[in-house]
Design a protein around this ligand. Structure first.
Ligand SMILES: *Cc1c(COP(=O)(O)O)cnc(C)c1O
Length: 375
């Protein structure tokens, strides 16, 4: 039996600049909220925070869906909830695959018994709505990733909605929400999930989720996941109002919800469209700066995400050595590539509070220094 605690090793105290694919450095308001006195999950004061958080989530999703709530887990649980609540064995699900997260949707939908029809696209290119529509005459669900974090590509969700027919449109908005234009209702998104640690500028831990009435009516009555059952979760958030009507399902992570609330409040105070503009400007400055350094961008021109830039590692440069140098010398994290591009592409995120011109200057200068010192 261990009777003494393990000796602790010194922990770094310097703040990291988080310019990878997420998490990013949170908005200061979101960090401060984590230090506020903790509330119980049925405390009327907390329920007011939860209600307002759901209202603010409707604002950033661009939806009136009453079932809009933060799930108590990271973005991947949003993906799991989306499929487990809507797929019965044998249901046809068409998945547009243009990167890692589309690939993951294929896996998750298949685990829940879907007959998956995948429509593959070259990595670095956006989803082609016509090809997706032609893949099957009457799928139950069409699924796609709005912002592919693995490749830095934006796909046109409105174009997919225009060809979805009677299918439900299921969208991964983990890296788009709070960063680029997202209008779930105007576009015709039926089911959407997101995460807190990308452009919403909050620590990882919650999955903002939304589902239309139309999709909810077609859901699986008793999904194989108890924890992510939207029917049960609705008794606590989204449908009920007033403390007396809430039924206990699981203990909501109250500190994280308070932090999300503060991050969303910050976005609303700045104005969502202004926040999108700020991301667009930061991304443009970064991408121009990288090209001026002679580097080549990876994502197809015209479909590049401002919040996540993919850039090719120059020939003869050791990708990992550069990332190691940036972390050690500059306390600055950027991401490696994914899959086949693991060592040939870097991913640079400018999300949430990091989507600012001074952050762009910082990352460009650090990268220039790293390239000069890691041959
Ligand atoms: C990060 C990410 C996820 C997964 O979210 P986690 O919070 O890591 O579970 C899913 N989809 C996309 C597009 C992402 O960028």
């Amino acid at each position: 039996m261990t009777t003494t605690p393990p000796t602790t090793s010194p922990r770094p105290v310097a703040e990291r600049h988080l310019f990878g694919p997420g998490p990013c450095n949170p908005y200061p308001e979101a960090t401060l909220a984590l230090a506020a006195p903790l509330l119980g999950h049925l405390d009327p004061d907390f329920l007011a925070v939860m209600d307002e958080t759901c209202d603010l989530l409707r604002y950033v999703w661009g939806t009136d869906n009453r079932r809009t709530l933060p799930l108590s887990a990271t973005g991947s649980a949003g993906m799991e909830a989306a499929f487990v609540n809507t797929v019965s064995p044998g249901d046809v699900v068409v998945v547009a695959v243009n990167g890692l997260f589309g690939e993951r949707m294929v896996d998750v939908a298949g685990r829940h018994g879907a007959e998956v029809v995948r429509v593959d696209h070259a990595w670095g290119t956006p989803v082609d709505a016509e090809r997706v529509a032609a893949a099957h005459p009457s799928p139950k669900i069409i699924a796609a990733v709005h912002a592919e974090t693995s490749t830095g590509v934006r796909s046109d969700i409105a174009a997919l909605a225009a060809v979805k027919g009677d299918a439900l449109l299921l969208v991964d908005a983990v890296t788009s929400i709070g960063g680029i234009e997202l209008r779930a209702d105007d576009w015709g998104v039926d089911i959407g999930y997101a995460g807190t640690q990308k452009c919403l500028g909050v620590a990882p831990g919650l999955a903002p989720f939304t589902i239309s009435d139309r999709a909810f009516e077609r859901r699986v009555e008793k999904p194989s996941s108890w924890y992510l059952d939207l029917g049960l979760l609705g008794g606590y958030v989204g449908e009920a109002s007033g403390a007396g009507k809430r039924t206990y399902h699981h203990t909501a992570p109250t500190a994280m919800v308070a932090s999300l609330h503060a991050g969303l409040r910050r976005i609303a105070d700045e104005g969502l469209e202004k926040v999108w503009d700020r991301h667009a400007e930061a991304g443009r400055l970064l991408q121009d700066g990288l090209e001026e350094m002679g580097l080549e961008l990876f994502a197809q021109e015209g479909s590049r995400l401002p919040e996540l830039t993919t850039v090719r590692v120059p020939d003869g440069v050791d990708s990992a050595a550069v990332r190691g140098y940036l972390l050690e010398r500059h306390n600055l994290e950027i991401g490696a590539g994914v899959g086949e591009f693991a060592s040939t592409v870097w991913r640079i995120g400018l999300m949430g509070h990091n989507a600012r011109p001074d952050r762009v200057a910082l990352v460009l200068a650090a990268l220039e220094d790293a390239l000069a010192h890691t041959h």
